[in-house]
Design a protein around this ligand. Structure first.
Ligand code: ADP
Ligand code: MG
Length: 360
């Protein structure tokens, strides 16, 4: 186990003294880790980050940074770089002066400041904007400068709250990789907030999924995708077909679920399943096979409802197992056995490709 750098213990936050927007958060972040907090709007991500930055105090519980309670460290000693959604640049300073500001505060030499500002501006592709003022930049350009300013002093911890939200897709993807490479090169800790699951999966060592103020699951991207802890995580991360049914048998890690039309589906059993109880079977669109091999036990007749063209792949909407909207992801249109809507085909999937999760 690598060294613990950040720890939340029993942290709760209420703004109004009545309802809690972060409820009972226990979370450790390892030294050097890139952790992303992912969740829908209002789930408590920004509040969690503000508490870590020291801008909001927890109502209950403690937060420690390198084993020091965060509230005992004055802000200028925290050595935390921040890029928040609406964290404004200094309007009266040029771009170069904005980026130089944290270095001047730290009393670095003039030559080193010049060199570091140049590198930071190069990194965000803004080198030619050094003498402009913030009001001469687009929102996306301003956010890139904010990013350069947060990283220029190579802080031990960088907090970012949806820093790429205002950028167009191409630049966003470029910056995702830049931030990730920078993290690897500098060995710093990053705690990143986003509601974009693709961004979270791309960038992070681990992702903590929030809903309604509760940390639902924290795991590396691959584990979140392959072994979601509950139906919320399964649906929020990637795409998912959810088939609700009744558990008819459980043996070891394998279970049988009765689907709405009575057909029996064999799958991997998640934790907390009980015979006779309701469960949600989660199944990724890309794991459904259109011409299932003979040994695959889950084989059902599907009726084609819609073909949706996506350029690099095709999606089929079918009804099967008594469910109306089952989505199947197919690499190319020529792989589809039937093209006319309303016709039927056999579909199937391996038991290890679907998981039955207890309803919470
Ligand atoms: P997220 O970043 O996941 O969208 P937030 O942490 O911003 O979520 O918000 C969580 C909840 O707390 C929301 O219901 C929001 O309205 C409320 N909230 C956030 N900041 C404040 C504040 N300063 N005062 C009162 N309520 C707030
Ligand atoms: Mg937020």
């Amino acid at each position: 186990m690598s060294e613990r750098f950040i720890a939340f213990e029993g942290v709760r936050k209420s703004y109004d003294g009545v309802s809690y927007v972060v409820r009972g958060l226990d979370l450790d972040v390892a030294k050097g880790e890139f952790l992303t907090l992912l969740g829908p709007s209002g789930s408590g991500k920004t509040t969690t980050l503000m508490m870590l930055a020291g801008f909001e105090a927890p109502t209950d519980g403690t937060i420690t940074l390198a084993d020091n309670r965060i509230d005992s460290v004055p802000p200028h000693r925290r050595n935390i770089g921040v890029v928040f959604q609406n964290y404004a640049l200094f309007p009266h300073m040029t771009v170069g002066e904005n980026v130089a500001f944290p270095l001047k505060m730290r009393r670095l030499g003039k030559a080193e400041i010049t060199e570091r500002v140049r590198r930071a501006l190069d990194m965000v592709r803004m080198a030619s904007f050094e003498t402009r003022r913030p009001n001469q930049l687009s929102g996306g350009q301003q956010q890139r400068i904010a990013l350069a300013r947060a990283l220029v002093f190579e802080p031990q911890l960088v907090l970012m709250d949806e820093p790429l939200g205002a950028l167009d897709k191409q630049l966003r993807e470029h910056m995702q990789l830049e931030i990730k490479h920078l993290h690897a090169r500098l060995g710093i800790n990053v705690v990143y907030v986003t509601h974009d699951q693709g961004e979270a999966l791309t960038m992070s060592d681990r992702v903590g999924v929030f809903n309604d103020g509760i940390l639902q699951q924290i795991a590396p991207p691959h584990a979140l995708y392959e072994t979601p802890a509950n139906p919320f995580v399964a649906t929020f991360i990637g795409e998912n077909n959810a088939i609700s049914g009744e558990v008819v048998a459980i043996e070891n890690a394998v279970c049988r679920i009765r689907a709405p039309d009575g057909s029996i589906i064999t799958g991997h059993a998640g934790e907390g399943l009980k015979e006779g109880a309701r469960a949600t079977l989660v199944l990724r669109p890309e794991r459904i096979q259109l011409a299932p091999a003979a040994e695959i036990p889950n084989r059902f007749t599907a009726t084609l409802k819609e073909i949706i063209y996506h350029g690099d792949h095709v999606r089929l909407r079918v009804s099967a197992c008594g469910c109306d909207d089952i989505f199947i992801k197919v690499a190319a249109a020529q792989d589809i056995p039937v093209q006319s809507l309303g016709s039927t085909a056999v579909i199937g999937w391996a038991p290890e490709d679907c998981r039955a999760l207890a309803l919470s």
